[in-house]
Design a protein around this ligand. Sequence first.
Ligand code: F6P
Length: 557
Amino acid sequence: MNRDQAARRPTTLTNTPAWNALQQHYKSIAQQHMRQLFNADPQRFDRMHLICNDILFDYSKNIVDETTLPLLFNLARQADVSGWINRLFSGDKINHTEQRSVLHTALRNLNDSTLMVDAENLLAKVQHELARMETISDAIRSRRWLGCNQQPITDIVNIGIGGSDLGPKMVTEALRPYAAHDLRNHFVSNLDENHILDTLEYLKPETTLFIISSKSFSTIETLMNGQTARRWFQTTVKDPTQLRHHFLAVTTNQQAAVEFGIPAENILQIWDWVGGRYSLWSAIGLPIAIAIGMDNFRELLRGGFEADMHFCTTALEKNIPVIMALLGIWYNNFFGAKNYAILPYDEHMKSFSAYLQQADMESNGKSVDREGNPVGYSTGPVIFGEIGIKGQHAFYQLLHQGTQLIPADFLAPITDHKPIAEHHRALMANVFAQTEALMKGRTADEVMYEMKQQGLSKEQIDRLLPYRVFDGNRPSNTFLFQTLAPRTLGSLIAFYEHKIFVQGIIWNLNSFDQWGVELGKKLSKEIIDELHHDAPSTHHDASTNGLINYYKRKRPG
Ligand code: F6P
């Protein structure tokens, strides 16, 4: 924190009536166990689940009683969440540090034909780019888009990072059952040359199409991978005019893409009012459209739009993203939970938690409020996760018996696209078992009874008892949905986007900038120049100088 910041008045969220009431209430509920809450109210599930289209959201396994939620809704009202929702959707420049609207919702607006911002109709632009995506993806999928040598494209390589990688990658994987079988999708993001080299190893330039995806077209990882891809291509295909059959770009920075060598007609546009981590709905989603076809891509948009409608028009008390956000704040700010687990039980959702990590942590990993004051409370948690069934055999031990409280979201499809009944039944049994075990735990009496049944001696029981008791009272939400269809996935993603938004509003953050990422980017650019020569570096701190100079001495000549 610098001196100017320190001199500014501290933010007042923690002195507000709604906050104080929650703090008071926490003292009493912290003594309660969810077992008691369930025992006292057999209707708890009925009262504490919501259904939106084919998605069921169960939030009954949370440490909340009939007083808690109204107090949390008061917190949302106090922050004027409803007013901020209007500001978000109408295009107010709520990303105030960059003077930008935040309009990823416009990309999936199926209701209107006009949304005027700065005297421009943004929805006309959106429709125009969607039409271009459709033309391109149709041509590739129907094998009308031919590479040099007149061969159809078989491999699509998306080169991008952050929002220009995670969203398209996550959705393409998640919707694999909808994908064309004669097209393979690859995603290259890492600056480590192994990523692009491993990807290109089995590809043929004549049948490969690259999408250079970068909102800014200045991200070093993407540009370097793009250049390596172009060199690889041109080693085989010497005629530079053939690039137009094999390279596309998606960016706000048309000029830089043209300078890279991509013809203007191959450049799809996005806009500064689409945040990178919210951009999969835009032309950044082109790899998705190519994989699953534009009709399915529009279904994804529809799902997002339906979640938007739910978010905008539903009372706070029945509003899924609002409840997700408030429960997150409840644990983060009152129980001191610093981590949050995302646990999908669907193999195709393997990148879902990585995607949400960027969406959430880049949005709400902030320590200065909208007025530039240091916040006096904790903000975005560490988001982590894994396919649940794999996590069970890796890190769930800590969720069950560790010293930290880690709330978790479980997500599972009721049926799979190609179900094998016994697999899916067993998978679902694990979802239910884990959330039940986290909630109930296992008391000493239960453990003793079980060990007696197993015929253990008194001495063995006394020795093992403390290790086998689970406190339980570990909160979770569960999303059950019919199948992981494009529309369902669209809604789930949008629910999380809006959850992040509501938390940012309550914490009084600008969730849409990311200045913290800039410092590392700037320093790495400077250090790259230093690594071009062998002279020892002297102007960093001793550790950084030491590491750089060790590297310089040891690197092969
Ligand atoms: O990590 C910082 C960031 O700016 C992200 O917000 C963004 O998604 C990523 O870099 C990639 O940026 P670009 O799409 O401009 O290459």
